[in-house]
Design a binder for this molecule. Structure first.
Ligand code: IPE
Ligand code: IPE
Ligand code: MG
Length: 233
């Protein structure tokens, strides 16, 4: 049997189109998306995946209509509040990537609580990308390195890849082995740009609210049939 991926990253896309097909509000699609996430988390946990990183809100998503952003924020707050205890019971460790500073204090507080509650858990690492953009993450890392230099904590212009990685939001995580994007779009949309240098990409037409645990298993199977060369022969 081939190895299961250690780290799976997902771009949960297509909630709006799922709702449109049913003549429902986009928010209804986002709600159904949360249900899909629940099932996928359960399956990932069962399969013994170590890290699952999901794209929940990008730095570009602020350009959406105010009402949709508000609905997404409410949903996020509700999700963190309702779900963290159950996830804690499952030994899941909740982490986030992205700049949380732009969110309401209430949301920041709930996220901090969920992280604190689950920080010593040894099961699945459930990592949520919130106000995340790959470029912004790299920009923030560079800023921190410059700051260290200014404070006199480092010297010289030479920067290694390892040093950059120490300042990325994913500093304690391995790179993703597998990326899954739903809804038929074949682009990265500013997701984990540094970390996905050698990630296997799997795209599916399925809209995120329709994505199931079985679809996750199928994507893993596709991954297992790939030949990862990392530049070698
Ligand atoms: C993904 O679904 C969820 C978020 C980006 C928050 P979309 O809302 O992008 O759904 P589509 O792409 O418009 O169908
Ligand atoms: C990517 O989806 C972001 C999330 C899933 C949170 P988008 O729907 O925002 O991406 P684009 O705009 O189609 O590239
Ligand atoms: Mg989309």
């Amino acid at each position: 049997m081939k190895e299961i991926p250690n780290h799976i990253a997902i771009i949960m896309d297509g909630n709006g189109r799922w709702a449109k097909q049913r003549k429902k509000m986009r928010t209804t699609g986002h709600r159904q998306g949360v249900e899909a996430l629940r099932a996928v988390l359960t399956k990932a946990d069962e399969l013994g995946i170590n890290h699952l990183t999901v794209y929940a809100f990008s730095t570009e998503n602020w350009a959406r209509p105010k009402a949709e952003i508000k609905a997404l924020m409410l949903l996020l707050l509700e999700y963190i509040k309702n779900e963290s205890k159950a996830l804690h019971k499952k030994n899941v460790r909740i982490t986030t990537i992205g700049d949380l500073g732009s969110f309401d204090e209430k949301i920041q507080l709930e996220i901090a609580k969920a992280k604190e509650l689950t920080k010593d858990n040894t099961g699945l690492n459930f990592n949520i990308a919130l106000n995340y953009g790959g470029r912004d993450e790299i920009r923030r890392a560079v800023e921190k390195i410059v700051e260290q230099e200014r404070k006199g904590n480092r010297e010289g212009i030479s920067v290694t890849e390892e040093e950059i990685e120490r300042y990325l939001d994913t500093r304690d995580m391995p790179d993703p082995d597998l990326l899954i994007r739903t809804s038929g779009e074949m682009r990265l949309s500013n997701y984990l740009l540094w970390q996905m240098a050698y990630t296997e990409l799997v795209f599916t037409e399925t809209l995120w609210p329709d994505f199931t645990g079985e679809d996750l298993e199928k994507a893993i199977e596709t991954y297992q049939n790939r030949d990862r060369r990392f530049g070698k022969i």
